[in-house]
Design a protein around this ligand. Sequence first.
Ligand code: HEM
Length: 121
Amino acid sequence: MAQTIFERYGGFSFVRKIVSAFYDRVIDSPDLQGYFANVEMPRLIDHQTKFVAQMMQGPASFTDEQLRRVHQPLAIGPAEFQEITELLCETLEDFDFDPADIDFVRAQVLRREPFIVSRHG
Ligand code: HEM
């Protein structure tokens, strides 16, 4: 059977490195840093590690309904969603991800937009 992206890139230890680099980018963004100002970073990084792993076909831990519940109160708009998606894909480029694998991950993230974005206009 074909390996998943998660397996091909080395599992959780590789994902952990991606997540640190990804979060550095998010925190540097003036449009995004406010959302994370009051969140304990170690906890969030732990969760985001599972999230990125899930987008790479690794072990799934968050249902669409859980994602909706966590993000609804944050009033995230489409522009912020787009920016986070792009920062993740840029991070994967930095780690020499295959372009086809980046397209796959991007599609996985975009599929979740209806559960993350709750502010329209
Ligand atoms: C497909 C896109 C996204 C996915 C899959 C995702 C996934 C997650 C997950 C799994 C958590 C942890 C949930 C928990 O605490 O158990 C989380 C928390 C969080 N996410 Fe996202 N996220 C996405 C997009 C975004 C965007 C665009 C923003 C902001 C612009 C954002 C802001 C946050 C914040 C602030 C938290 C922490 C909430 C808290 O613990 O109080 N997320 N996200």
